[in-house]
Structures are given as structure tokens and as C-alpha cells.
Ligand binder design. Structure first.
Ligand code: GSH
Length: 245
């Protein structure tokens, strides 16, 4: 089997990868044990490179086109797939061994993916602020003006310390308190009863992303929530998906 290619965004953190959505594909590839290589692409190079390989653009909330990562290309089938969800579905149907949607859970897990994105949205300015600190220079020059335009705010106003930052923290804490509630309804360690699934990857990737972009003391705060559940869960899922570091 030829290795697949995962197009991913580099940074200065240990291991280079950090991005919430590209990490989801990385975890799935690792879980299924599929060989793959990474092509690193800085933000301003995403659109030209994706056009070059014939990737389909994604959609902004207003319906306009935007080239996003992750994208994977699979030389074994000729497929080029955009969007972490579509990539998960493609990998599951093309390489069904070690399923990530057990017991027909696609629909529910899709709902989880969307719910997670919606619930994090009110705190996203805080994360963007931290992302500007870990990206490489070439990407920072693209990311800051693009996110200032998106949020209609200057970087300094993204998440100022005080009531705004506190609000961002409570959004994040609520997200994980809710996730803990979901976990408490199952007997096993995984969200779909005793079976590992893409749902666990979604939770772990959000944690992974926070761990990579937040300052150490900030990550410690997340890790202390819900009796230290999250650091443990992240370690377990990384192990299942053979993700290092
Ligand atoms: N729904 C998409 C979202 C992908 C996305 O927003 N990717 C970001 C990086 S995490 C991106 O490539 N942005 C390009 C840009 O901002 O120009 C997915 O799950 O793949």
C-alpha cells in the first residue's frame, strides 16, 4: 500500500502539529494503522497548493469558498478529500478495518462534531490569540489579519484579561463538564459504551489542540477539571491512535 498524504499546518510546538481539524485526520490514520506522510503547508500557501492538487474548497458560513486543511490525497485510489469529517467518512468506507463509526453511530457522532464546534465558538477568540503565539512567521502574517477581519476586532481585543477572558474560560469549562456528563452515562471508558470511536477522537483532539496552544499554566487549569479526567483521556486516545508526541 502506498502512503497517503496528509496536508497539515506547521507550528513551533513540539511535534509541529497542533491544528484541531488536521489532528482529527491524523488520529484516524494512526488508529487505522494506515501509512501516511505529511506535507506541511503554511497558511498563505494553502489555497495555491490545494488548487494545484485539485482539492475541493470548503465553504465559509456565508457560503463563499475557502481552501482549508486538512486535506488528504490517497495515491491508492486517486481520491483527494477535503474536510476532517469527509476524510473520516472516506477512510472508514475505504479502509473499514478498525471501524471508527461502530454500531451505525455516524449520525450521532456527526451531531457531536457540530455541537462541539458550536459550543467552543464563543471562546474561539482566546484560542486564536494563543495560536498567533505558536505559528511560524509566514503563517502569523496571514493568520492575524484574517482573524481580525473574521472577528471584526483587533488582536489586542480578542481576549483581554478580565471579564472577557473569564467568559472564555467558562465556555471551555462548560464544554468539558458537559462531556463529562456524557461519559457518566456510559459504563466504559469510551463514549460509545465499551467501543472506541471517532467520538473519542473528537474529544481528544479538542484537548490536544488546547494543550498545544495554551500556556502551560492554562493547560494545567484544563487538566485539573473533572478530577483530572482530561489528561488521562488524552493519553489513552493518543495511545489508541499511536500519536506521538
Ligand atoms: N470544517 C473544516 C474546517 C477546517 C478549517 O477551518 N481549517 C483551518 C485550519 S484549522 C484552515 O485551513 N483555514 C484556512 C484559512 O483560514 O485560510 C474541517 O473540519 O476540516
Amino acid at each position: 500500500m502506498l502512503p497517503l498524504i496528509l496536508y497539515d499546518i506547521p507550528s513551533n510546538v513540539e511535534g509541529t502539529y497542533w491544528s484541531l481539524n488536521t489532528v482529527k485526520s491524523r488520529f484516524v490514520l494512526g488508529y487505522k494503522g494506515l501509512p501516511f506522510k505529511t506535507e506541511w503547508i503554511e497558511y498563505p500557501d494553502i489555497a495555491p497548493r490545494m488548487k494545484e492538487i485539485g482539492a475541493t474548497p470548503n465553504k465559509r458560513p456565508d457560503g463563499s469558498d475557502i481552501y482549508t486543511l486538512p486535506v488528504i490525497s490517497d495515491p491508492n485510489t486517486g481520491a483527494v478529500v477535503t474536510d476532517s469529517w469527509d476524510i473520516a467518512v472516506y477512510l472508514e468506507s475505504t479502509y473499514p478495518e478498525k471501524p471508527i463509526f461502530p454500531k451505525d453511530t455516524n449520525g450521532l457522532i456527526r451531531a457531536l462534531d457540530t455541537t462541539y464546534a458550536d459550543q467552543t465558538q464563543p471562546a474561539v477568540a482566546f484560542i486564536y490569540l494563543r495560536v498567533t503565539e505558536i505559528l511560524r512567521e509566514r503563517s502569523v502574517g496571514y493568520f492575524i489579519p484574517a482573524r481580525e477581519k473574521l472577528l471584526n476586532r483587533k488582536l489586542g481585543e480578542f481576549s483581554p484579561e478580565g471579564p472577557v477572558r473569564d467568559q472564555h474560560w467558562s465556555v471551555l469549562e462548560k464544554l468539558f463538564t458537559t462531556t463529562k456528563m456524557w461519559h457518566d452515562t456510559t459504563d466504559g471508558k469510551w463514549l460509545v459504551g465499551g467501543t472506541f470511536s471517532y467520538a473519542d477522537i473528537l474529544v481528544a483532539c479538542r484537548l490536544y489542540w488546547l494543550k498545544k496552544v495554551l500556556h502551560d499554566d492554562e493547560w494545567k487549569r484544563v487538566a485539573a477539571w473533572n478530577d483530572g479526567k482530561w489528561e488521562m483521556l488524552l493519553t489513552d486516545v493518543k495511545e489508541e491512535c499511536k500519536v506521538i508526541p
